[in-house]
Write a protein that binds this ligand. Sequence first.
Ligand code: NAD
Length: 445
Amino acid sequence: MTTTYPPLTETEAAALVARLRTTHRSGRTKPLAWRREQLTRLRALLTDNRKAIAEALWADLRKNADEVDRAEIDLTVLEIDDYLENLEGWLAPQPAEIAAPHLPAGTTAHTEFDPLGVALVLSAWNYPIYLLLTPVAGALAAGNAVVVKPSELAEQTSALLARLVPAYLDPGAVALVEGGVAQTTSLLAQDFDHVFYTGNGTVGRIVMRAAAEHLTPVTLELGGKSPVFVDRDADIAAVAARIAATKFTNAGQTCVAPDYVLTDPDTAGALTTALARAVRDLYGDDPRASDGYGRIVNERHFDRLRKLLDSGRTVIGGESDRAEKYIAPTVLLDVRADEPVMQEEIFGPILPILTVADLTEAIEFINDRDKPLALYAFTGNEATKSRLIAETSSGAVNFGLPIYHLTVPALPFGGVGESGMGNYHGRYSLEAFSHRKTVFDAPLT
Ligand code: NAD
């Protein structure tokens, strides 16, 4: 079923933003107490409604309840708890050392975080709770009012959030708008103080163009192909278990999922055997029957992915069923760089393995393409690690445990180049949704 959302004209969107701006101007969203209260309520929204959230995500993506608990609810709660524990300290004015001969004696200065005003958060469907509410938590922690737009492609989750958000959060400062392109276009015409977008680069460009009209800063959390380099010295059984668990979770629909593997020809063979075992350990002999294995979000993405199955030689999986939007965990060997599966972000359960002669060729391969959101490598060799860090550019470099760097609130998460701009999580979200204001105070006499 595809929901038809009520239209939102530009005039209605303008009235909505004006209403939130009035709240923000009144000063209500600025005190630490209000921010902490909203964060505590957001936490309760998540923990009170685990069952309803799990049901919505099962309907939208056939995501199982354990995964919903871990990857959607608990990760968002972790971010909220980080604010509840640290926000007061982070908001403390930062004194600046400014003693200089050209300034009057006694001049002091500090910096402090100033809320930007009214933020817009536009999110994707693949982790429709976590990817929406984590930036919302950051916007609230920074003392902003916020317009929240869930992805229309996760429609049950969108409908649930449309009920829960006004019930838990301050309706004068937080407004949730459901809808697709039409509603988003009306929102993007407005003068926001920050736009935070998660999704693909094509829409990222639309968002940035619209924001430019108002000189509104943007955070763009985009995607791309995140490579995995597997060194010949690595423990292949352990590597395969970690690649399989992170590639095939949510049926590969994760922005930082391993996209493709680069390794030498000998290791490619051993890795294939080990991946077959790892997939069996995760999902049994028939992944279609496993409650732990997800489905593709819609027919359009299914059809796109189905075509990518024709690249290379299928050595694991390959089965698909359009009626169920099922694509088996699939590994492709002997893939060439000019084949379709290597021309776009896969965003599905298909893992191509490409062979390279050595590390130098792997680095060249990576640098010939868009800067990835994450670069993964499995190697015990410190010199190899150093070269990968120094000679490539990506949102993050992660040795040994794909995806998990994003689960740590203390680490900035974001891309570079085609994989995005700006970053967030923990105090980095506070920075994204605040202006760092200089306060300078020179005595008159
Ligand atoms: P999507 O289609 O759900 O789009 C995201 C948002 O853009 C939605 O709110 C949607 O309504 C809006 N939108 C779509 N078309 C629009 C248009 N023409 N004008 C205005 N707004 C429009 O998400 P998606 O792009 O299918 O998500 C998948 C992509 O997102 C992948 O590339 C993935 O890597 C990336 N992603 C990145 C992250 C990250 O954190 N960096 C996380 C998840 C997904």
